[in-house]
Design a protein around this ligand. Structure first.
Ligand code: MSP
Length: 525
């Protein structure tokens, strides 16, 4: 089935992680887990972006050296990934020695190919965004067009990358690979940006020192974005381990937020072309979270802390919510009220209750022993199988492309269909009317559907899927399930003795005044 290489951005470690960091990382985790299920050799990379002026300044404020400062924050990111169940294969730090080597190597490749020259940069720089601007890019009052903060005037000797040379090549890349940038509307934005003309890009600085030195001129440190983007190559063995590089490169999917799409879809492929390397297959840009309709910011004190959300509401509840509430690719709004609604309405009611009612009926009618199906008695008995298989097919198409909300929507339609199936096939009536063989089929179909749901929800909610599998008494851990042994309908062994019932997702009550969360006393799902 081949390989799949998926990446998150590497995060600046100037502060603690927030929901935006959790968002992309969970997305990548879902995609990695699903690709493993498909039997692919997955490489999942995340990490931290540790160089640059912003980090140097943040460290100075704390009275620490930059390295001490980043060392103090990296464990917080790692702890969060542990809590959120992130199955990354490598956590890369741009201060790792192999990365420093890779950056210097690719810099020299571009230099030797005639794409890097020494000049003088005069213009504006936004330190929080680590981005260069010309005067006409700025907002009134000389503010950064991306973050609205003050920019700094810069005039210094600098190495430049001949980005202008790549304009046509990039346009050709977008044209020939319509899937290279997603979603489609973002692709159009990038194409328009490139069509307006590309200027050469300053890729070194001399006014501070926290960065990777330019190999041929130690006065300069390499621009933090040139450094950071290269992490995707370092992690797969560039430049020395050719076998590994050939195996995993090009990346199948870079996941990024919309604000950093330009770096990944314009600069990065140009650097790679210059160095004679293949470009990634796809860059998917997601939207931004606001909080109760407002931009998240420290000054508004509305920054959503992912540790708190996961600890209070549950890791899987949080993971599910992020991809269910907002279509992945668009902007969305976070609120605790919406989170509670999704938990109670969809996880406790639709899904939790589906498991509980199925197991309860099995207990009541067959002493918890799964009967063998006895054939099809009704059009719906055929339809549920077709739906299950069709859902798998659609999810296989959607998740590897990064379409996480569309895939979840398909899965949820199946969950709803199974609930509908039970209501329509009414096992209680079959029982009352003594239609025993038909009841066997319906009970079997209900349980078999739960097995499909478990496999499909596993990438989104790995812990809950393990719980679901244990209710179904399937011994093999879900993270070892593979599509080839899974795909066909009929995998549940008749005669198996299942659990008698169980609460997967308790209903909760949330008090917006105090922020307290507790299990609801009534109506468990
Ligand atoms: N270090 C660079 C990335 C280098 S990748 C080679 C960087 N780091 S960051 O820590 O500032 O941002 C990381 C990610 O967080 C970006 O993808 C950004 O879009 C995302 N988010 C920041 N705020 C966000 C929201 N409010 N909502 C969703 N994602 C957000 O940029």
């Amino acid at each position: 089935m081949g390989k799949f290489y998926v990446t998150t951005p590497i995060y600046y470690v100037n502060d603690k992680p927030h929901i935006g960091h959790a968002y992309t990382t969970v997305a990548a985790d879902i995609i990695a887990r699903f690709n493993r299920f498909l039997g692919r050799d997955v490489f999942f990379l995340t990490g931290t972006d540790e160089h640059g002026q912003k980090i140097q300044q943040a460290a100075e404020k704390k009275g620490m050296s930059p390295k001490e400062f980043v060392d103090s924050l990296v464990p917080v990111f790692k702890d969060l990934w542990k809590l959120l169940n992130i199955s990354y294969d490598r956590f890369i730090r741009t201060t790792d020695p192999d990365h420093v080597k890779a950056v210097q190597h690719i810099f020299m490749k571009c230099y030797e190919n005639g794409d890097i020259y020494l000049g003088e940069y005069e213009g504006w720089y936004c330190i929080p965004c680590e981005t260069y601007y010309t005067e006409k890019d700025l907002l009134e009052g000389k503010l950064c067009p991306a973050c609205g903060r003050e920019v700094t005037k810069v005039k210094e000797e600098s190495y430049f990358f001949r980005l202008s040379k790549y304009q046509e090549k990039l346009l050709k890349l977008y044209e020939e690979n319509p899937d290279f940038i997603a979603p489609e509307f973002r692709r159009n934005e990038v194409v328009n940006f490139v069509k307006q003309g590309l200027k050469d890009l300053s890729i070194s600085r001399t006014s501070f020192s926290w960065g990777i030195p330019v190999p041929i001129n130690e006065k300069h440190v390499i621009y933090v974005w040139f450094d950071a983007l290269t992490n995707y190559l370092t992690a797969v063995g560039y430049p020395d381990d050719e076998e590994r590089l050939n195996r995993y490169w090009p990346a199948d999917l870079h996941l990024v937020g919309k604000d950093i799409l330009r770096f990944h879809a314009v600069y990065w492929p140009a650097f790679l072309m210059s160095a004679g390397l293949p470009v990634p297959k796809r860059v998917f840009a997601h939207g931004w979270w606001t909080v109760n309709g407002e931009k998240m910011s420290k000054s508004k004190r509305n920054v959503i802390n992912p540790f708190e959300v996961a600890e209070k509401f549950g890791v899987d509840q949080f993971r599910f919510f992020m991809f269910r509430e907002v279509s992945f690719g668009l902007d969305g709004d976070f609120s605790f009220e919406k989170l509670v609604q999704r938990i109670n309405g969809e996880l406790a009611n639709d899904l939790g209750n589906l498991f509980n009612r199925t197991l309860s009926m099995l207990k009541k009618y067959r002493g918890s022993k799964l009967p063998a199906p006895k054939g099809e008695f009704d059009e719906l008995d055929a339809k549920i199988k077709r739906k299950a298989n069709a859902t798998v097919e659609k999810v296989i198409e959607l998740i590897p492309k990064g379409e996480l909300s569309k895939a979840l929507d398909e899965i949820w339609q199946f969950v709803s269909f199974v609930n509908f199936y039970i209501d329509r096939r009414a096992p209680w009536t079959l029982r009352k009317e003594g239609r025993d063989e038909e009841l066997d089929t319906v009970l079997y179909n209900m349980v078999e559907s739960l097995r499909f749901i478990t496999a499909l929800l596993y990438p989104y909610m790995p812990n809950s899927a393990e719980k679901m599998a244990s209710l179904l008494k399937i011994k093999k851990p879900v993270n070892e399930w593979r599509i080839k042994e899974f795909s066909s309908w009929g995998g549940m062994e008749p005669e198996a003795e299942l659990e008698k019932g169980g609460i997967l997702f308790p209903r909760i009550e949330y008090d917006p005044e105090t922020g307290n969360v507790r299990e609801a006393k009534t109506k468990k799902g």
